[in-house]
Design a binder for this molecule. Structure first.
Ligand code: SAH
Length: 343
């Protein structure tokens, strides 16, 4: 662990306090913040309008840590870029840049590993290492834009980790991301995906940040969902759906549901009917995703059954689509590259 303060994880207010504690004038904080988050310099040396003595002092007081790309894979078919980043302590995380008609979207990790234990997910198999700092979440945006020369227009918190299990750092990250003195990204362009930590969904709702909540549902039945996703033993589906309804009524943001279709597990007509019933009357969108194969499990699915399942849902009045598969040639599914690399 670093003992000195990580400057890139500080909100503008935190930076103001830290700068005044050094005996510097308040305007310096805004100047430094702009170098960090607007101009995105790579070190204190580049902050050329600060006196040399102040730059020296900053480098003694603060750490300036950046992610290192350990591997970069580029899809030959659809412009998807997947980066394996190495953190300062040698842990690894994944970031995926995807190209859509409406612009480029970045899928970021929020933890090194994950402790949620979803059966079909490669990110959780080797367990949990640690939470990412705000800087390490933000760094995935900064370094990927630098590396590719592309501009990210939306962000999904759908990479490795459970964002609501790293609540404080994720909220700090969102604050820095949306600050007008920095990247100034509207949180309407951000989606947060969760396996369903119900208490934290209510905490998020209170903050009213305007982001889209995405729920990884994967089964409309408690018994089946508990087998696939251990978190369901703690928070059952009715509680989760009540939290979704509440989130919508407080924030006005439509809920998005993720449904990884797994042959023989959750893909029957009965599953579709129960799912449609569960979301009926709730402004929502269901994303059907043919489950990505991971080598530790035998789960399978295909696009045709996903389309069939989707058609049943739509016929019952649900708003559902089959997610486009991107980066299939570069193992872009959650956690697979990191598993391979660390082995
Ligand atoms: N922990 C958060 C976000 C990370 S996982 C969550 O659970 O939502 C991002 C999404 O990928 C989730 O919907 C997750 O259920 C899904 N996912 C994980 N492994 C998958 C696989 N093998 N195939 C399809 N989707 C998968």
């Amino acid at each position: 662990m670093t003992r000195i303060t990580d400057i890139l994880s500080l909100s503008l207010d935190d930076l103001k306090s830290a700068v005044s504690a050094l005996g510097e004038k308040p305007f310096r904080a805004a100047q430094i913040y702009s170098w960090l988050h607007r101009k995105r310099v790579c070190g204190f040396d580049e902050m050329t309008d600060l006196p040399a003595a102040l730059r020296e002092k900053l480098s003694e007081e603060f750490s300036f840590e950046r992610l290192k790309p350990a591997r970069v894979l580029e899809s030959k078919t659809d412009g998807t870029v997947k980066v394996l980043y190495e953190l300062c302590d040698g842990n690894h995380i994944e970031t995926v840049l995807m190209s859509y008609e409406h612009g480029d979207s970045l899928c970021v990790s929020t933890q090194a590993g994950c402790r949620m234990g979803c059966r079909f997910c490669a990110s959780t198999i080797a367990g949990f290492k640690r939470n990412l700092t705000p800087n390490e979440i933000l760094g995935q945006l900064y370094e990927t834009e630098r590396l590719t020369g592309r501009k990210v227009s939306s962000i999904v918190l759908m990479g490795i980790g459970e964002p609501l299990d790293n609540f404080d750092n994720v909220v700090k990250f969102l604050g820095i991301l949306s600050n007008p003195e920095g990247t100034n990204m509207s949180l309407r362009h951000v989606s947060l995906s969760t396996c369903g930590l119900v208490d934290r969904i209510y905490d998020l709702e209170k903050l009213d940040l305007g982001l889209t909540l995405s729920i990884s549902l994967h089964s409309p039945y408690d018994e089946k969902r508990s087998k696939l996703m251990p978190i369901n033993r703690r928070y059952h589906i009715p509680e989760l759906m009540a939290a979704c309804r509440s989130y919508f009524s407080k924030t006005g943001r439509r809920i998005s549901f993720e449904y990884a279709l797994i042959e023989g597990e959750n893909d029957s007509e009965e599953d579709a009917k129960a799912l449609a019933g569960l979301v009926s009357g709730m402004p929502s969108h269901i994303n059907i995703i043919p489950v990505n194969k991971i080598k530790e499990r035998s789960y399978r699915s295909d696009r045709r059954s996903a389309q069939r399942f989707c058609k049943i849902l739509c016929g019952l009045g649900a708003n559902a689509t089959v997610r486009r598969t991107l980066g299939a040639d570069i193992n872009a599914a959650c956690g697979q590259l990191r598993r391979e690399y660390e082995e």
